[in-house]
Structure formats: C-alpha cells, structure tokens
Design a protein around this ligand. Structure first.
Ligand SMILES: [Zn+2]
Ligand SMILES: [Zn+2]
Length: 360
C-alpha cells in the first residue's frame, strides 16, 4: 500500500511529498489555508496559499504576509503534488483543498456547510479516496431550517423593535455570519450599523471586490437616536461590554448553530436566539461525506467520537484525528474576534481610535 499522502502531525495536516501543510497551527514554511478564521489561518508561516477571496481578510488579520491566491478549480503543483481548491460554502473565500499525487486523492474540507447561503460560493462535493471533515454539529439533533425562514424571523423581530422604540443588536462573528445576515436584512426597515470589527472585515471584503449592502460604522459621532431606528451588527466579543450597553434600551439577538440547544440563549443573556450556522447540520455532514465516495474519513473537530462511531456503523472507514481546530460558533469562544480586535487596537488612523471609544 502506498504511503498516505497526508498525515496528522503536531503542527498540522502535512504532505511530506509536497512539503506543505494545510491549516497548520505552528509556524512552518509552506501553508495552504482553507479559510481566514483564526483557528485555520495562523500567523507566522513563511508562505501562504489561499483562495483569492480570502486575500484582503488575511492581510487585514495577519498583517504583511507572503500570500499567493488562486481561484476555485485552479491547480498549483508543489514538488509534484497537485493542489486544487473547491468551494466549501462556509464563509466568503472558504475552500476545500484537494491534494493529489500518483492517483491518490485527498480532500481537506476545513469548515463547510451544504446549504447555499447566496453569499459565498456553494459547497461542491469532490470525489476522493480520503476525506478530512469537521463535525461541529455531528449529532442528529442538529437539523437546520432554511436560512430564508431564520432571516424572515430576524427581520420581523427588528421591525417590531423599531415599533417599540428599542435598539436592535444582532450578534454574529465578523467573517461569514455578519455578511450572511447583512445580505438578508430588509433594508426597507432601516439602516445597518456596524461595530468596527465587522466593518473592518466588510471593508476588506469590499477591497476584494465583494459587493455587500450598505453599512455605517458606529463611531462616537453616530447619533444614538438614529441607531435605534436601524439594526446594529455586532461581534460576539462585544456582548456585555460598555460599548453595547450604550445602546440601552435594546433587544439583543444571537445567531449561532448552538442556539438550537436549550439554555444557550440564556447563558449568553440574549433576548432572541437565531439558529443560523455556517457549518453543516447532521444531514449535511452525512450527505457531504457520502457524496465524496471516499474510502476513509478523518474527523477533526466537533462531536468526533459520536460521529466516528456512527460512520463506522453505516459502513465508512472513519477515525478521529487530533487537531487544534476550534469551534467558531461557540458563543463563549470569542478567540476569532479577539485576534482581529487586538489588531484593531493598533491605531493606523484616527478612525481606529474613534471606534474603540463609546458612542454618545
Ligand atoms: Zn471557520
Ligand atoms: Zn474552524
């Protein structure tokens, strides 16, 4: 039997033949990055390769890195090993990485969802022998309703808040969820205001050519009465901070797959929990894995023990592997935001200082 093309090391997923890593968490020379979330795109590698639409967000988050970007379907060869990216449907710029050499094909999916959200390129199943998958929501209780239905509820809640004269704060992480919410808000109700962390990400995406609905960054000069008529898009790290308290009275809604769990909304002190996830639900995971036609599945993060057992029972050859990929939807985990926020605190212009201040 041929040596496995990819292996799991304490630095990340490694291709010895190609001499590159995929989403490594320790500094290495050659990194292929599935997407720009902090647990996949670490700082400190010599060279980065990612999808074209991850470019500006990666530069914003990681600073001056040596980055090559390619399109979906484009092939790069490293030491004879072919690397090709396919849409993962997780967030804008997210990619599955197909690695092939002498007829052996592996796919590293990173994070993915199977529902087409209309904002990022939809997930595409890729045939392979070995499939490396997440299983953040790998339990049968996780079954998402169509996004249209969830965002219909968001818009109704917003309209109702405006009627009641209370501000509306909607929380979702800054890369992915924020844009998905933004593109589905009913702008007939009012304007969309943004926290600096989200606006910086929006600006990076716009620099990358992504067309997003109009937003207005909240600064100390933004009139509070105007904000109350609109909706405030805020990141998880802003929950419970003086920045958010300034908008009182407000109703606060949280968008996460975890909102499907009883108690999650209460733990986060949210008034409304919207079950909106950028990860595949149970059926999505099973159908995505099935569609690859793979012989072996490797589960990196999520309900790995449970999901692995299930896959083995239904005839897959599945096993758990150890990685440092985290849970970007956990309402108590704001790591992804903290990294961007600490960068925001390095003022590069007057704007940056202002947005840390409180609104009047
Ligand atoms: Zn992610
Ligand atoms: Zn992740």
């Amino acid at each position: 039997m041929a040596k496995p093309l990819l292996e799991f090391t304490d630095r990340g997923i490694y291709c010895e033949t190609g001499k590159f890593y995929i989403d490594p968490w320790k500094p290495i020379d050659d990194a292929v990055i599935t997407h720009a979330h902090a647990d996949h795109a670490y700082w400190g590698h010599k060279r980065y390769l990612a999808h074209h639409l991850s470019k500006e967000v990666l530069l914003y988050r990681l600073g001056d890195i040596q980055l090559e970007t390619i399109e979906y379907g484009e092939t790069v060869v490293k030491n004879g090993v072919e690397i090709c990216l396919f849409p993962a449907g997780h967030v804008i710029g997210s990619a599955q990485v197909r690695v092939s050499y002498k007829g052996q094909v592996w796919v590293v999916s990173g994070d993915y969802k199977t529902e087409d959200d209309g904002v990022c390129a939809p997930f595409e199943p890729v045939k392979c022998h070995h499939f490396i998958s997440e299983c953040t929501f790998g339990m049968p209780v996780y079954s998402w309703k169509p996004q249209q239905q969830i965002l219909f509820d968001v818009n109704n809640w917003w309209a109702n808040n405006v009627e009641q004269g209370v501000a509306t704060v909607i929380v979702g992480y800054s890369l992915g969820k924020a844009q998905r919410i933004l593109q589905n808000l009913d702008l007939g109700i009012g304007k969309v205001y943004t926290h600096g962390v989200i606006e910086n990400t929006n600006e990076a995406l716009r620099r990358n050519g992504v067309l997003l609905n109009a937003t207005e960054r909240i600064t100390i000069d933004t009139p509070k009465d105007e904000v109350r008529k609109g909706i405030i898009l805020a990141p998880p790290s802003s929950v419970g901070t003086p920045w958010m308290r300034k908008f009182q009275p407000y109703s606060f809604g949280y968008c996460s797959g975890w909102m499907a769990l009883r108690g999650a909304k209460r733990r986060r002190a949210a008034d409304r929990g919207f079950v909106l996830s950028d990860h595949a639900d149970w059926d999505g995971l099973v159908s995505a894995i099935d569609a690859t036609g793979c012989e072996c599945v490797y589960l990196t993060h999520g309900y790995t023990a449970f999901f692995t057992r299930y896959l083995n029972e239904i005839g897959f050859n599945a096993r758990e592997v150890h990685t440092l990929y985290g849970d970007d939807e956990d309402p108590t985990n704001v790591i992804d935001e903290e990294i961007t926020e600490s960068r925001d605190k390095v003022p590069s212009s007057g704007e940056d200082i202002k947005e840390i201040g409180e609104i009047s």
